[in-house]
Design a protein around this ligand. Structure first.
Ligand code: GDP
Length: 210
């Protein structure tokens, strides 16, 4: 039997804000996307949603310091968090961002998962490992999404995923769900969307019943 691959036909930008408190009511399951600036976050969002410029592909990394929220198929929210760790952003700005992103991640009741994006061309970077560990220690559910798999090819990219996993296993007992993707070729997109569709089934808006 043919596998039912989800395809996003309707995606809509809802709003941009600087505090999670201004986000829409948490009535739909929500997924956050975060990663180092230039990791390919906007490209991945556009590729998943089959849109050319739903999220902007920026030539100036580290510029956007807002939370952008998109509604997908009227079924779930996708939240684009600002990139972390870009060298040209000042230390103060970086700390501000960290606080602001962590506040969102810790408090948003409908957050199902945080996708941490990692460049599949690189050896594990301390900044990415630290971020994963930070969220893990705060019990924020996460998945890893390796990007730009087309650049060095699937096999080499898989090697980098393995190295990253090995690094995590120094402190973790279990590895988070992991995806290898390319916004350019669409590699890994079906798998990621199927995973979101499955996870959506787990959404129980009980925290809304007061
Ligand atoms: P962001 O800062 O994380 O949102 O990153 P962008 O989506 O703006 O991408 C940064 C750069 O990487 C841009 O020049 C993109 O065209 C390029 N890029 C992003 N994803 C891919 C990919 O899957 N394959 C290739 N070859 N290039 C990519």
């Amino acid at each position: 039997m043919e596998k039912n691959i989800p395809l996003i036909r309707v995606s809509e930008f809802i709003m941009s804000c600087t505090s999670w408190k201004k986000l829409p009511e948490p009535t739909l399951p929500e997924y956050a996307v975060i990663g180092r600036s230039n990791v390919g976050k906007s490209s991945l969002i556009n590729s998943l949603c089959n849109r050319r410029s739903l999220a902007k592909v920026s030539g100036t990394p580290g510029k956007t310091q807002c939370i952008n929220i998109f509604q997908i198929e009227n079924l779930w929210y996708l939240v684009d968090l600002p990139g972390y760790g870009y060298a040209k952003v000042s230390q103060t700005k970086r700390l501000e961002f960290k606080k602001f992103a962590l506040e969102y991640l810790r408090n948003r009741p409908n957050l199902m998962l945080t996708f941490i994006l990692i460049d599949s061309r690189l050896d594990p970077l301390p900044i990415d490992i630290d971020f994963v560990n930070n969220l893990g220690n705060s019990r924020i559910p996460l998945a890893l999404v390796f990007t730009k798999a087309d650049k060095n090819g699937i096999n080499k990219s898989r090697e980098k995923v393995k190295l990253f996993h090995q690094k995590l296993l120094e402190t973790w007992d279990e590895l988070p769900p992991t995806f290898l993707t390319s916004a350019k070729s669409g590699y890994g997109k079906d798998e990621l969307l199927s995973f979101i569709t499955e996870t959506n089934q787990l959404f129980r808006p009980t925290s809304l019943i007061l």
